[in-house]
Design a protein around this ligand. Structure first.
Ligand code: ZN
Length: 249
């Protein structure tokens, strides 16, 4: 689709991308991308349960297809499961047909649990891909707080990035898995688990809620969110499977 036309359509439909909620209620949404992960997601569920916290999991369809029991467990514990595409491509690099297939295949795997929320892989989005999500009935959820937990950082550094960021209505991006990563990235999610435990302990005065719950707590803040990735950077990424030395499917 013509990009200018797409921008006008977005304006007419008032369809920005959700980045946070304007509210005075002390509630925050933790969001976890790229799972489910058989090693780390169960540990994360235990931590969340200990702190009576709920969260939203943006899952990759190809991974979710391998662990249906884990997907069901996430939902059974009161968390929300949502769409993060079939195999984590940068949507602006795809054709419309490919993008729609990515959304559909992931939704099929997450059914009947998945909600109509979509987070674009890498946060990459252009007007045409935003409209595809709109036509497929999805609310696109970005974030306003990120902690760089996909880098090889220890819990201390990630916590430093999050200092002062637990504020009413914020949407925090973290990862309980890594679907694709740069060559030397550690796939170990232990620092993220430590961060979540610490964050929840330090903010017992806050309610940690799912995205649908957060959206009901105040005025939803949307903004035009268009960003694409450097093609060479994208080409240099490997899937976690390849990084772990396993055969690609
Ligand atoms: Zn992702």
């Amino acid at each position: 689709m013509n990009k200018r036309l797409a921008r006008i359509l977005l304006k007419l439909t008032r369809t920005g991308t959700v980045i946070r909620v304007d509210t005075r209620n002390p509630c925050v949404a933790l969001t976890f991308d790229d799972g489910p992960n058989p090693d780390y997601t169960p540990q994360l569920l235990d931590i969340l349960e200990q702190h009576h916290a709920q969260a939203t999991f943006f899952m990759v369809g190809q991974t979710a297809a391998k662990y249906p029991d884990l997907v069901a467990k996430v939902v059974a514990q009161g968390h929300v499961v949502a769409n993060h595409s079939w195999d984590h491509p940068s949507f602006p690099t795809l054709t419309g047909r490919q993008r729609r297939a990515q959304l559909r295949r992931c939704a099929d795997v997450l059914a009947p649990h998945g909600q109509k929320l979509f987070r674009p892989p890498f946060g990459h989005q252009d007007p045409a891909s935003r409209l595809d999500a709109l036509c497929a009935g999805y609310e696109v959820i970005a974030w306003n707080v990120l902690a760089g937990d996909w880098r090889d950082w220890g819990a201390d550094k990630i916590l430093e990035k999050l200092a002062g960021k637990v504020q009413p209505g914020n949407i925090i991006l973290l990862h309980d898995g890594l679907f694709s990563a740069a060559q030397h990235t550690s796939l170990d999610r232990t620092p993220t688990l430590q961060v979540v435990d610490q964050l929840l302990s330090e903010h017992a005065d806050y309610r940690f809620v799912t995205i649908p719950e957060l959206l009901k707590s105040g005025r939803v803040v949307r903004q035009p969110w268009f960003r694409t990735g450097d093609q060479r950077w994208l080409d240099g990424l490997k899937t976690a499977q390849a990084l772990q030395g396993k055969m690609e499917e």
